[in-house]
Design a protein around this ligand. Structure first.
Ligand code: ATP
Length: 202
């Protein structure tokens, strides 16, 4: 059987236990050998700008994932710069790991925008999607299949996790000095403190 690999793309501004928990769940439920965390340079469909620099977001992802041999960090999108399109990243990772079966992992909030992703039909051909439930976001696959018929049969729903942690809320908490421990790794909290990130506002 070919090796199963997964991509977890995100802004990771900052990375938190929601991200790490969904990656671990994917390894366990889908028998995935390795999850590649891919921080975006510029997320084409996100309206706000990143608060932390690409270098800081990448450094935090490295710190958070270092102790898990099933997690890898991929800096392709940050190295490439400009708008990050998953189709380009997937094409490169497939070349680097021939013969692997790929899954793209995302939270339920991503479904709404999926039909608008660049080259989404081609991407659905190259990888399956695992969509993880997320509090406050409905996961309506029938609605998605109506808007994007190519997704039908290509999506696995992971419904076991209900983690109400978001980077937006953590940025707000960090800006007002509220505790964030137990929502993100201690190493990341230290990095944020040492580099003075998220202090000025969310
Ligand atoms: P923000 O609040 O800044 O939008 P975020 O917490 O959603 O950030 P991202 O870096 O945008 O973090 O997320 C990367 C991926 O992880 C996305 O697919 C997102 O849906 C998913 N994700 C993040 N947090 C959770 C969570 N608590 N449960 C399920 N999926 C999550």
């Amino acid at each position: 059987m070919s090796e199963r690999l997964a991509i977890l793309g995100g802004t990771f501004d900052p990375i938190h236990f929601g991200h790490l928990a969904i990656a671990a769940e994917v390894c366990w439920q889908l028998d995935v050998a390795r999850v590649f965390f891919v921080p975006t340079a510029q997320q084409p469909l996100k309206a706000w700008k990143h608060i932390a620099s690409a270098a800081d977001r990448l450094a935090m992802v490295r710190l958070a994932t270092a102790d898990n041999p099933s997690f890898a960090v991929c800096d392709l999108e940050i190295e490439r710069g400009g708008p990050s399109y998953t189709i380009d990243t997937m094409a490169t990772l497939r070349e680097q790991n021939p013969g692997a079966e790929w899954t793209f992992v995302a939270g339920a909030d991503v479904l709404r925008d999926l039909p608008r992703w660049h080259a989404i039909e081609r991407l659905l051909d190259l990888c399956r999607f695992a969509i993880v439930t997320r509090p406050g976001h409905t996961l309506n696959l029938d609605q998605l299949y109506q808007a994007l018929p190519a997704a039908d049969g290509r999506i696995t729903e992971l419904g076991n996790l209900h983690l109400d942690i978001s980077a937006t809320e953590l940025r707000e908490r960090l800006a007002r000095g509220a505790p964030v421990r137990y929502q993100m790794p201690d190493e990341v909290i230290e990095y944020i403190r040492d580099h003075g990130i998220y202090r000025g506002g969310a």
